[in-house]
Design a protein around this ligand. Structure first.
Ligand SMILES: Cc1cc2nc3c(=O)[nH]c(=O)nc-3n(C[C@H](O)[C@H](O)[C@H](O)COP(=O)(O)OP(=O)(O)OC[C@H]3O[C@@H](n4cnc5c(N)ncnc54)[C@H](O)[C@@H]3O)c2cc1C
Length: 263
């Protein structure tokens, strides 16, 4: 069996070695650096108390630990214990613990039901059937050139860094499934290709949750919401984001005409 090298002088020599092993690998290097040392550094900097108040904001106090958790550099237990040590009472970090629990829950669901990974758990609650959704991702999405500024910014970030904020993942998944009416499986596959934390359970069940095949209603968003949480970071002007510039009622009627008026 080929014994892989595991110590390197610096990151450049590690990257050169990986390129040698996988000459077909495309793309550029992400700013995210792997390894236990980086993981420990990131872990020591987390603020699980501030997390609850700020986690939905693009510049909020999220941990960015998911690549390390996914690759086993950090265990979920270790992260939880570290967070508990940073507070006086566990209740101060409830939200943070809940998110760790979501990850654990999705892994358990997959272990129990591996057949759900790529199949609709339930039917869509959108007034459409699975046959109504497209099977391919169009070029404009693949290249991040949809003409919707915030959507394109999220796509570029996904492609170039391998990481996306949770809220941005929700927007992008919703855009693909509901605004473009494309099967969630297609988007989920594309995310797994790019994400450094790409995890079958967390990714695919989250896509099903957005799509409504594993939740009671579809998740949709509008420009006002993106502006509230990402307005300081990306272009959220109505002019450059026309299709999202509408009320939830209008979008609901536009996206799901078979469901009738929103109550
Ligand atoms: C469409 C979509 C696809 C996703 N794909 C993945 C994926 O492939 N891999 C993945 O690890 N997560 C996935 N998530 C969940 C979540 O977006 C990421 O775990 C989170 O954004 C990672 O960033 P972070 O480490 O800064 O998270 P933080 O907000 O700092 O949370 C800390 C840890 O809690 C866990 N966590 C947080 N939010 C969630 C969540 N909503 N569901 C499950 N676990 C969560 C993660 O392990 C995360 O590292 C997806 C979510 C959506 C909506």
């Amino acid at each position: 069996m080929l014994q892989l090298k595991s110590t390197f002088e610096n990151r450049d020599s590690l990257i050169a070695y990986v390129k040698e092993l996988a000459p077909w690998a495309e793309g550029e290097r992400s700013y995210i650096q792997g390894g236990r040392q980086k993981a420990e550094m990131k872990l020591s900097n987390i603020d699980p108390i501030l997390y609850a108040r700020t986690r939905n904001f693009g510049n909020g106090n999220i941990t960015r630990l998911s690549p390390y958790i996914h690759h086993g550099t950090l265990s979920l237990n270790e992260v939880r214990n570290h967070a508990l040590a940073k507070c006086n009472e566990p209740v101060q970090i409830t939200k943070f613990l809940q998110e760790l629990a979501w990850r654990d829950f999705w892994q358990r669901v997959l272990a129990e039901h591996p057949e759900w990974a790529w199949n609709d758990v339930e039917s869509y609650k959108t007034g459409f059937t699975a046959q109504d959704y497209a099977e391919d991702l169009p070029e404009d999405i693949l290249e991040g050139k949809t003409g919707i500024a915030c959507v394109d910014a999220f796509i570029q970030e996904l492609i170039h860094t391998g990481y996306l904020h949770n809220h941005a993942r929700m927007y992008l998944a919703s855009y693909i499934v509901h605004f473009r009416r494309i099967k969630w499986q297609v988007g989920a596959h594309w995310f797994l290709h790019h994400l450094l934390d790409g995890n079958l359970a967390s990714n695919n069940f989250s896509w099903q949750w957005i799509a409504s095949t594993f939740s009671h209603k579809p998740y949709i968003f509008n420009l006002e919401n993106v502006d509230k949480y990402f307005g300081k970071l990306i272009d959220t002007s109505p002019l450059n984001n026309q299709p999202l510039y509408a009320s939830y009622e209008t979008l609901q009627e536009r996206l799901f005409p078979n469901l009738g008026r929103a109550s």
